[in-house]
Design a protein around this ligand. Structure first.
Ligand code: SF4
Ligand code: SF4
Length: 351
């Protein structure tokens, strides 16, 4: 692509993003003005000090999980990583700080959100604050009576982690889970939606294609259709620049990868969609808050030991424009960041 065509394409991408935010069902003039402000600072200046707030966020209800998936840092149960559950009051404090500017809130990160006893209350609180909510769950723990509560909470979207249609294939990855319970929970949710005449949550069968389950993909699509839900053909995420050299990490996980060209094709597409015109813009537009209030720039950062601050103990601006966030922005803007900058080890920091 020539330089002018490239610039035109990038300009159009930006307009598409802003038009999406302007038409977002939870848009307000303040949110849009803030999104415009942070986007301009990212696009035009790669400013390391940001005036404005993140317009999308993740708050992790817990980093505990009932399953032991082998490629997930939680499933691998690393020794020494603190575990816990966020309390409702803490959640409320964090949401209140971000809410006036937030369009979207994900309520899952490195754990099973249904293990937090206040999860329904948390979703309802965020919805009452005019924020769109999304949850990702293995759904093995959803009791039938809770399905109704989840629908009533106003949750917008639910991704169901299930990568097989028979127990033997499903449990190769979802160790400790039950595909039967997961399907029963989907049916309970769909029934509750009908009873309550609710279109939400939109439910999506999130099928991660591995070598061991690729032969069940069509069956899973059929099952999703029969259940009346959506289907997402996903691939395992390997961004282990943060955990060690990529080649070594890839080799360690090669047994799960269906085939390299298809995995690379998927990864490139997801990266292109996720990056803002070739660059990671998360340190400008996104905030990740772990179960104990630790702030991280994105979900690739697993350990709370790598946090940029703590939103329950520090002022928002002290973290947002603190040394660690500014270092990450400096690196992405092609500046020289200090050696302890976390993003240095990540393959996403530049186009
Ligand atoms: S269900 Fe999700 S959080 Fe739990 S171990 Fe598996 S991938 Fe990790
Ligand atoms: S560069 Fe990597 S680690 Fe840093 S915010 Fe972006 S995706 Fe996350």
């Amino acid at each position: 692509m020539g330089i002018f065509a490239d610039l035109k394409e990038k300009g159009l991408n930006q307009l598409r993003l802003l038009s999406h935010l302007a038409r977002h069902e939870n848009a307000t003039p303040l949110k849009l003005a803030n999104a415009l402000l942070v986007t301009l600072q990212f696009k035009l200046f790669r400013s390391t000090r940001v005036f404005g707030y993140p317009y999308q966020a993740t708050i992790e209800p817990t980093n505990l999980c009932n399953l032991s998936c082998p490629l997930c840092p939680t499933g691998m149960k690393p020794a020494g990583e603190p575990k816990g559950v966020m309390k409702f009051d803490e959640f409320r404090t964090i949401v209140d700080r971000l809410a006036p500017y937030l369009y979207d809130l994900e309520l899952h990160d490195w754990g099973e959100p249904l293990l937090n006893p206040d999860i329904v209350r948390m979703i309802a609180y965020a919805r009452a604050k005019n924020i769109k909510t999304r949850l990702s769950s293995n759904l093995c723990l959803l009791a039938e009576e809770k399905a109704r509560e989840l629908v009533l909470s106003g949750l917008n979207c639910l991704f169901v982690s299930a990568d097989g249609v028979t127990q033997d294939v499903y449990e190769v990855y979802r160790k400790g889970g039950s595909i039967e319970k997961c399907i029963a929970a989907i049916r309970a949710l769909e029934n509750a939606k009908k009873e309550l005449n609710s279109k939400t949550p939109e439910i999506v069968f999130n099928f991660i294609t591995f070598r061991h389950n690729v032969h069940q993909k069509k069956d899973a699509m059929r099952l999703a259709r029969e259940l009346g839900i959506g289907f997402r053909d996903n691939r395992p995420m390997i961004n282990f620049g943060l955990l060690g050299p990529f080649e070594e990490a890839f080799a360690a996980h090669a047994g799960f990868i269906e085939d390299l060209p298809s995995w690379l094709e998927h990864r490139n597409r997801v990266q292109a969609e996720r990056r803002n015109n070739g660059f990671c813009d998360w340190p400008w537009v996104n905030m990740e808050v772990a179960w104990d209030g630790t702030v991280k720039p994105c979900c690739y950062v697993y350990s709370i030991r790598h946090g940029f601050g703590n939103l329950l103990r520090q002022d928002f601006k002290e973290i947002w424009n603190g040394e660690k966030y500014r270092n990450a922005r400096l690196l992405i803007g092609k500046g020289k960041a200090s050696d302890d900058c976390l993003c240095l080890f990540c393959r996403e920091h530049a186009g």
